[in-house]
Design a protein around this ligand. Structure first.
Ligand SMILES: CC(C)(COP(=O)(O)OP(=O)(O)OC[C@H]1O[C@@H](n2cnc3c(N)ncnc32)[C@H](O)[C@@H]1OP(=O)(O)O)[C@@H](O)C(=O)NCCC(=O)NCCS
Length: 170
């Protein structure tokens, strides 16, 4: 079996999600409305629903060799959120991320997303990465602008109009 695809930044380890992570992921991200309101389906999820999401994330890793990483702050290894690259149309990936509410405002999402983007552009050699954001989610739009994304219209997804941000390989 190949080694898990772990990425490192100055403060974080990005570790591929594992079946045993459901409880922690639920606690940090999906049980808190402050976080989950900006993620589809815009509400908190049950522990069982998160088990299903972990299953889908594992399938994505198996099918594509990349996917959702959990973000573990070093040195303690505390789970602070997730970041991921999801397979899109040919030559395109979707960037997703979320942080537990207590760690907002420290630059951890920008740091994790930079590492994921570097992997997408440099290792996977995709032409572009997009992210779709509920329009009230100004914190996320700021993160994407910092990373160099530009808004390119809106898309209808998850029963809402979302702002689409795109970053192309330079
Ligand atoms: C979107 C989300 C991850 C953004 O969190 P965040 O903490 O604002 O983003 P970052 O971790 O990159 O932190 C950036 C902020 O930290 C500040 N900051 C502090 N120290 C920093 C550092 N060392 N490096 C960079 N930024 C730093 C920045 O100035 C910025 O604050 P500002 O936006 O007020 O200017 C978070 O709000 C979240 O999880 N929301 C719910 C889920 C979600 O919306 N996901 C995205 C769906 S598209």
């Amino acid at each position: 079996m190949s080694e898990p695809l772990v990425l490192e930044t100055s403060r974080l380890r990005l570790v591929p999600i594992a079946a045993t992570d459901a409880e922690e992921w639920w606690r940090v991200v999906w049980s808190d409305l402050a976080v989950a309101r900006y993620l589809p389906p815009q509400r908190t999820l049950s522990r069982e629903a998160v088990e299903e999401r972990v299953g889908a994330a594992l399938d994505h890793w198996a099918d594509h060799g990349f996917g959702i990483w959990l973000l573990r702050e070093q040195p303690a290894g505390t789970l602070v959120g997730h970041c991921g690259l999801l397979s899109g149309d040919s030559d395109t990936l979707e960037l997703v991320y979320a942080l537990g509410y207590p760690v907002w405002g420290r630059g951890l999402a920008t740091e994790a997303a930079s590492a994921a983007l570097a992997y997408g552009f440099d290792a996977l050699r995709v032409a572009q990465v997009f992210a779709d954001v509920f329009s009230a989610n100004t914190r996320s739009s700021r993160v994407l602008a910092t990373l160099g994304f530009e808004q390119e219209g809106q898309v209808h997804r998850f029963g809402a109009e979302l702002d689409r941000f795109v970053l192309r390989r330079t």
